[in-house]
Design a protein around this ligand. Sequence first.
Ligand code: MET
Ligand SMILES: [Zn+2]
Length: 754
Amino acid sequence: MLSANREVKKAVEAYWTDKITADELTKAASEVKKYNWTNLKAKGVDFIPSGDFTLYDHVLDHSAAFNVIPARYTGFNLSPLDVYFAMGRGRQAGGVDVPASEMKKWFDSNYHYVVPELSEATEFKLNFNKAVEEYNEAKAEGVITRPVVLGPISYLVLAKADRNASAGFKPISLLEKILPIYKQLLTELKASGAEWVQVDEPVLVMDVAAGLAKEYATAYSALAPLSPKIILATYYGRLDSNLEYAAKLPVAGLHIDLDREPGQLDATVTAAKAAGLVLSLGFVSGRNVWKNDFLTSVKLGQKAVSELGQSQVIVATSSSLLHIPVTLESEKKLTAEQKDWFSFALEKASEVATLAAILSGSQDARVSASLEANKKSIEARRKFEATSDDAVRKRVAAITDADIHRKSLFPKRMEAQRSLDLPKFPTTTIGSFPQTKEIRSARLKLGKGEITTEQYEEFIKKEIELVVRFQEKVGLDLLVHGEPERNDMVQYFGEQLNGFVFTQNAWVQSYGSRYVRPPIIVSDVSRTSPMTVKWSSYAQSLTKKPMKGMLTGPVTILNWSFPRADISKELQSRQLALALRDEVVDLEKAGIRAIQVDEPAIREGLPLRRVDWDNYLRWAVDTFKLATAGVTDATQTHSHFCYSDFNDIFPSIQRLDADVISIEASKSDMKLLAAFKEFGYSNEIGPGVYDIHSPRVPSVQEIKDRIASMLGLIPDNMLFINPDCGLKTRGWKETEAALANVVAAAKWARQTYA
Ligand code: MET
Ligand SMILES: [Zn+2]
């Protein structure tokens, strides 16, 4: 569970800027843990997790504990805490200059974990035992918990080979080497008195697990005898054929996700019965904010209870509550009707407790009152869902194949786009410039009514002018307005579209200390008026250089919102695409000749099972094309992707048919580009030349080297030069220095590859 008011983010950032000490940070962390434990207890939850608290990322916590610390972070005399943060976010201070580790999407979510780096030479060592420490810490607060540990197989599968590993090295080959660490961890945990431990093995819902039966058997037969009772937790998907061996592992219980995959209940009940396992039923969604429908859950739950007996059934949330804001109680602006549709983490905890009580046959008046109240809420929501925006529905129904294709093929468009007059190796940025304290404070003041809209807009105009003048001065070619008016790349659009509701405090972690506040889609989506045209045309009016318009794509808006649960994502994405298509066309009409539609989240929406991929990719690609295909040949469409490994959806990236794409490549060691080589890519492309997720400034030489290696794979008339993502999280100082180096490297490239 996260912290109710982003206390962890605030404390961590205060520590980074030397405003608080390490001890004060630890104290702030303890407060948050205590709040969460005592509140979960008060809600009536029996199995309260511990050990899942993190200052940055829970996978990184395991790496730090297991001494999986790449050599580049050691030898600087940093405290363990500073080494930990250096691995997470890089460090450039006091003579230390080291980039952050690679981050990757956590399964199909918008959370990013820090990828462990392993090789044959890795020597594991248990530096500290977080499970024990937090178990004891909670106990001291009067709360008995069920510690959570990421299981050995999932940890290894989520890791990557480090630079010293020999070719073909697979992290999973280290299983025998890592097991002693897990043995030690679990033995100590048992000695500290923990009765249960939750060992997370989400990899069990992935296809790769089909080939890991032997590894799972080896691991759990080694661990179970010396461990507290193990509940093996799977989530985000279905076990499918992996159930057969998973249920036979020598563990005490199995947890399944019934929010995503209710269809797996019957088979799991049968398998659990045969194996004598406790079954933990994840009814209550850990991924979405809608209220649980008690009647449906109870029906399913009773099936399990009648087969297994009450003592063998646990009710739970589908996954951890990492993806859900903490409590509805801090929402003062939602209407009573809206509030009644949702449950956040603490409310979900109550749902779990109530469902468990109902399933155990409780006659408590409070329980039946909760059941009645739930029935009413669900009925009210169903009524609301029955209403729809007919204009939107009709327009979606009328979409034709022609709507998703540009007028001409790329070569002809590329010709037409010469009118943009860009040099060889055009330099550009991904959109946002530093979101400074001043910008955030102006937005805050506007929200509080301390300044007028006019004053705010004047302020934004000045910011835009600053960004434009800077880009001209430093010598960038394709400019951006800097996105100072945007609180967040999804929220900004959601707030202007019909069909969304917004929270005041529903923050969820994206990575490290980055949090986002996903909007909630509650009804049909449409656009009332232009959303970005005013700012983009103002920016264009300031300069002769081309200005790139900047939109967030339909698939990303959808994937970074809490979607409706009553209609398909595909339909929701089409509604969004039509709204964005109108915006794209309006930008073109206003004289904007390059328009970027960001789709950083397209990869993370990919289903976890391969059999489900084609269907998703079909609609996701068509949705993007529907949003962008309304312009003439001369308008250059861009798209941007980041964070993920895109190799496996490569043909779909091509099928998007954007004129230019920019893509993160700096952290994943150019392996993406190898895919470009392998599959071929016909349009223009700007692989990121440096990592913006860290404050460190890349040297000109580093950037030249990147460009040179890219040119081994990409024709020189197709290469754009840009950072790997937006600059909003950066300060101005490093931004100025980094972009000056980018421009210098581009100049060098123009001479060298003339
Ligand atoms: C996470 S992708 C961000 C793209 C956006 N245009 C930006 O620069 O901030
Ligand atoms: Zn990005």
